[in-house]
Design a protein around this ligand. Structure first.
Ligand SMILES: [Zn+2]
Length: 280
């Protein structure tokens, strides 16, 4: 984002540049495409990225995500409590996405019919609505676990070729498990979607972890929670299955922040170590 635009977002405030002494911003995590990072802001009242306010906890904790195709450097801005604007910039490393060639996908799930397209539209609306909330409770501060253990059969971001046809990049991480394995909530949160028989996801759950962060659990055999339920990290919310667009039983684990999909694997190290922290 050009600095001109950053300043215009804060046009009602005075612009002071980088000299504000007592304010500081730290980020912890991998500054790379598809990653989530935890931040800590001291004496900062607002952070704006891509024209949107990023939610700050009373202690100054916040999250930022770099999308799969994020360009570098990522420019954004913060405002101090006294109204000074600080332009910020992070170099975002490129991630090498793999190419996944899948054969044996049911042809209808690769080239949908007209009536399938209506089902797909309905699914997209439900999934978008399930990830729309920006709840004020920072459930995510509890940290995250992987919902099932197993071989990773598909990485986030992989370019997918299904039955020889190029499709959208993979929006989550696939963990190969047989049917009927207990699936755990990866952190505390509120269930915002518990739906059956969706075209791609099959039986699917979305959990809201606060601040715009959500996780997705797809292709389930059986769902044991309903919309509005509170869940705790490690609670069993479903059994694994092979519903929706699959070539075999597995759990598709997805994650999004303010609607931006990212690699759920990066949640596992969120807030766990200071080794990856750097100051802006
Ligand atoms: Zn998947």
């Amino acid at each position: 984002m050009p600095n001109k635009l950053i300043y215009s977002i804060f046009s009602f405030l005075s612009v002071a540049g980088l000299s504000s002494a007592a304010s500081a911003i730290q980020l912890c995590g991998q500054p790379a495409q598809g990653e989530i990072l935890q931040g800590r802001a001291d004496n900062i009242s607002r952070i704006v990225m891509d024209g949107k306010d990023i939610r700050l906890s009373p202690q100054g904790n916040f999250l930022i995500v770099f999308g799969r195709d994020e360009t570098s450097p990522k420019q954004f801005a913060a405002a101090t409590s006294s109204g000074e604007v600080i332009p910020l910039s992070v170099d975002v490393n490129k991630t090498a996405w793999d190419v996944q060639s899948l054969k044996g996908v049911p042809p209808r799930k690769v080239t949908p019919s007209d009536s399938d397209l209506r089902d797909i539209e309905r699914e997209q609306k439900l999934v978008r609505a399930g990830q729309a909330e920006n709840t004020a409770t920072p459930y995510w501060q509890k940290g995250f676990i992987q919902p099932v253990e197993g071989r990773i059969s598909g990485n986030f971001g992989g370019q997918r070729i299904m039955n020889g046809i190029k499709k959208n990049p993979h929006s989550g991480m696939d963990i190969a498990v047989p049917e009927g394995i207990p699936v755990k909530a990866s952190s505390d949160g509120i269930v915002t979607l518990a739906a059956n028989d969706l075209f791609y996801s099959g039986n699917v759950i979305i959990v809201d972890h606060g601040y715009g962060l959500h996780t997705v659990y797809a292709h389930l055999k059986e769902i044991s929670v309903k919309q509005g339920d509170s869940v705790k990290k490690g609670d069993i919310i479903a059994l694994s299955g092979k519903t929706g667009r699959v070539t075999g039983p597995h759990l598709h684990w997805g994650a999004s922040y303010n609607g931006i999909k990212f690699n759920p694997k990066s949640l596992l190290s969120l807030g766990k170590s200071n080794d990856l922290c750097f100051n802006l």
